[in-house]
Design a protein around this ligand. Structure first.
Ligand code: SF4
Length: 74
């Protein structure tokens, strides 16, 4: 678990640029972000990636197929 301000400097395994480089975590800007205490939110409050289990496993399996495009910039 990290403060959101720190998480935004950790690489997200699901987001890549068009040239296949990892992007930083979006923190609460991502639908997968979960707060440790939902009553307390903010850059200094702790949270975690809710996708850290199943979605990461799916991304690793997806990585076996090199023909698929990365999740693109938005
Ligand atoms: S919360 Fe998880 S899926 Fe969302 S940007 Fe951060 S690391 Fe990536």
């Amino acid at each position: 678990m990290h403060p959101e301000s720190d998480a935004k400097f950790k690489y997200c395994p699901l987001l890549k640029t068009r040239d296949d480089k990892l992007k930083f975590c979006l923190g609460s800007g991502c639908m997968f972000w979960r707060w440790e205490n939902p009553a307390k939110t903010g850059a200094d409050e702790r949270g975690y990636c809710g996708a850290a289990g199943p979605a990461i496993a799916a991304a690793l399996l997806r990585g076996a197929d090199d023909d698929q495009k990365p999740i693109e910039d938005y």
